[in-house]
Design a protein. Structure first.
Length: 345
């Protein structure tokens, strides 16, 4: 008979067996559960297509199944064999003084510029400077006394410069003569004091020069507004080309036969009419003044003129051929050019 310790309940052998079986049962369930979870986590399911791509996926699948399979034995045409050229060995790098001779020289490309096409302009006749260039005052200047005048000219052989200021009726308000060097073109300036009986009056400044015989050989003018009171309002003048050009006859030419051709170009400022005279050294006029009308020119450009004049001399005579213009409200010559020639019977 089995003896028990005090305070300890006796355990039946059946009870212990039941407890052991229950323990092993739960242990088996635990192992089965753990092995099943590991299989679930390791399994990868295919990723479903998005719903919007399903129609495209189905269409592509049907199209692929309808096409015949491609044979893997399709013959591919071969290219004709080409003979390979052996490569030339590149020169080995050198050192020392021979290195520069074996280096490959790479030059920059040369750029060639085509020259622009040459434009040939038709030359126009050379226009000499005016015999007298009135630098100041300019046309339509408003001036008070004293009038400051600046000119550039080549004086006549007498070596004088004559300044004249005319009123609107042609009367002479002031006249001043300066002696200069006749051998070259030069600048001359002077002041002209004047008086007028009214507040304002139209006027004209005339600048000229004479030769040894007292004949006017060159003349220019500018129209002004004369003021008795007020301030100057001067417009610019400037260097201008000659507007009365005599091309024929040429200066100091011997003319024979009793006929003289006078021609040239002119740019008139008024009535479009020239006056031609032949004046001998002793002052005699060999012909009466001849008027040469010019056709109207709305563009105010140079116009050619030409006239043939008969003359009569008993012996060889020096003559001054004078071409002049008169225009404007104020009477008198406004512009004059001349050449000296030798006439023979």
């Amino acid at each position: 008979m089995t003896s028990l310790r005090p305070g300890t309940a006796a355990r039946h052998p059946f009870t212990l067996e039941v407890q052991s079986r229950i323990f092993f049962f739960f242990l088996l369930l635990t192992l089965l559960f753990l092995s099943g979870c590991s299989n679930l986590t390791a399994t990868k399911f295919p990723t479903p297509f998005p719903e919007e791509f399903l129609p495209t996926y189905v269409a592509l699948t049907v199209q692929a199944e309808s096409q015949p399979p491609v044979s893997s034995t399709t013959a591919v045409p071969l290219l004709p064999a080409q003979e390979l050229q052996p490569l030339e060995p590149s020169p080995s790098p050198t050192t020392g003084s021979d290195a520069s001779a074996d280096m490959i020289s790479v030059s920059e490309p040369t750029i060639t510029f085509e020259p622009d096409p040459t434009i040939t302009l038709t030359p126009t006749p050379d226009l000499p400077p005016a015999g007298v260039q009135i630098m100041s005052p300019g046309p339509a200047s408003k001036v008070v006394s004293p009038l400051e005048v600046y000119v550039n000219l080549r004086p006549g052989s007498r070596g004088n410069v004559i300044f004249e200021l005319l009123g609107e009726d042609g009367r002479l308000l002031v006249r001043k003569i300066l002696s200069v060097n006749p051998d070259r073109r030069l600048n001359v300036s002077t002041d002209l004091e004047f008086e007028i009986p009214v507040v304002a009056e139209a006027g004209r400044l005339v600048v000229s020069s004479e030769d040894d015989s007292g004949r006017v050989v060159v003349l220019s003018s500018v129209d002004l507004l004369l003021l008795s009171i007020g301030l100057n309002d001067v417009t610019p003048g400037g260097a201008k080309p000659e507007t009365l050009i005599i091309r024929e006859p040429i200066v100091s030419t011997l003319i024979q036969g009793g006929s003289l051709i006078i021609s040239g170009v002119a740019k008139t400022a008024g009535e479009g009419q020239l006056t031609i005279e032949l004046i001998a050294d002793d002052g005699r006029r060999l012909i009466n003044p001849r008027l040469v009308p010019l056709p109207p020119d709305p563009e105010n450009s140079y116009i050619e003129y030409s006239i043939e004049l008969p003359y009569s001399v008993e012996k060889t005579t020096w003559v001054l051929v004078v071409v002049s213009e008169s225009s404007g409200r104020i009477p008198g010559i406004t512009h004059l050019s001349s050449v000296r020639v030798l006439l023979s019977p």
